[in-house]
Every structure is written in C-alpha cells, then in structure tokens.
Design a protein around this ligand. Structure first.
Ligand code: PPS
Length: 196
C-alpha cells in the first residue's frame, strides 16, 4: 500500500508493557470495535458500556492506530483513555480502523491478544449511510459526495457497471478489508456482529 508511511515505528508489546501507568490508572484497551464505518459501531459501543465492568472513552480517542495519532506515541494514547478499576476492561471504538490496511499489523504488534469486534450491516444500506453522512459533513467541504448524486458516483456510465473505484463503495466490500485482519488475527479472535 503506497499511500501510507512505512517508516513509522510500530510499537511492540514490550514497549506497551513498559509504558508507565499514570496516577489515574488509565489502561490500554483490551478490545477494539474496528468498524465498519456507518454499520452501528456507536450503538454497539453504547450497549457494551452498559456493563459495569466495561469502560470506553466518551468520544473516539482520535483513532490512535491511524498515522496522525499513532505518531504521537503511547503516552498520548493513554491520556485519551478512561481510568479503570481493578475488575474493569476498556474498549475503544474507531469506526475507521477496519478500512485501513496498515492498522491490523499495528494492533497485533501492540497486543496480539486484542479482542476484535466488527459490526457489519447490509453493504448497500451502509453505503447510503456513508454517502449521506459525507454529503452533509462540514469538515470535508471538498469531498466528491458533496458534488455528485449517489447515482453519478455509484454507476460508471461508460462501462454500464458499478463504479468499484468509489471509496465509499469500497468500504462496503467487507471481505477485502477482512482479509487484511485475518493476516494477523485468528478468526476466533474476531467477533463479527450482525448490525441489521
Ligand atoms: N441500535 C442502533 N442505534 C442507533 N443507531 C443504529 C443502531 N443500529 C444501527 N444504527 C445506525 O448506525 C449508523 C451509524 O453507524 P456508526 O455508529 O458506525 O457511525 S460512525 O461510522 O461511527 O460515524 C446510523 O445509520 P444511518 O441512520 O443510516 O446513517 C444509525 O442509524
């Protein structure tokens, strides 16, 4: 994948174990909700947080395993996580993780025992949700979804076929991204939740 920076240092489990805990006892996550984007990841996290032994940040802690946050380091990540009591575990949800092919290796290197949760939804319904979100998302004023209709983006009028190059649509082709996670995590370590 040429579009990401391979020279970024990948944190190992030893480094993670040696990262000093702060006084508020913030612990790194034991489980990650990795996506799929617009498939119900927030609802899944909210349901899990109802359990008294599960803590999660109130907001996505900046997508730690994505380049821009990852380079800020482990200490930074810890400050974004909630404090834990003895009998609690923490989960983190970042709906984008699933769609970044370099993230599985970083997560595995960080904690090879990490429990992975993936929620999926009817791929077409997810795609429409993704499109509608980007259409009205203020922070991406130049995204193509603002400019074109759904049909113009989803359909290749030259070939008469579905436009498989549209990033939004690609995010609904779950098996492509899932294969990347299976390169690092055994299938039994990934819980796939039906979001429909
Ligand atoms: N149980 C439950 N409660 C609330 N919302 C639910 C639930 N199940 C699915 N959804 C739908 O999930 C869509 C948002 O998905 P995400 O939370 O993954 O979005 S995000 O990627 O984190 O932005 C969003 O979809 P759209 O309304 O179609 O946009 C939610 O309606």
């Amino acid at each position: 994948m040429p579009w990401f920076n391979r020279s970024i240092h990948i944190f190992t489990e030893t480094e993670v174990a040696n990262e000093p805990r702060d006084v508020k006892n913030r612990a790194f996550p034991h489980a990650l909700i990795i996506g799929a984007r617009k498939a119900g990841t927030s609802a899944l996290q909210d349901f899990l947080k109802l359990h008294p032994q599960i803590r999660a940040p109130s907001h996505e802690p900046g997508w730690f395993f994505i380049d821009s946050e990852y380079t800020k380091g482990l200490g930074y990540y810890r400050t974004r996580l909630p404090p834990l009591q003895e009998n609690q575990i923490s989960i983190e949800k970042s709906a984008e993780y699933f769609h970044f092919p370099y993230v599985p290796e970083r997560v595995w290197s960080f904690n090879s025992s990490m429990k992975i949760l993936l929620i999926v939804r009817d791929p077409f319904v997810r795609l429409v949700s993704d499109y509608m979100f980007l259409k009205r998302y203020d922070k991406a004023p130049h995204c193509i979804e603002k400019k074109y209709t759904f049909e113009e983006l989803a359909y290749n009028f030259t070939t008469g076929r579905v436009n498989t190059r549209w990033a939004c649509l690609k995010r609904s082709v779950y098996f492509v991204w899932f294969q990347e996670w299976l390169k690092f995590f055994p299938r039994e370590q990934i819980l796939v939740v039906d979001g429909d």
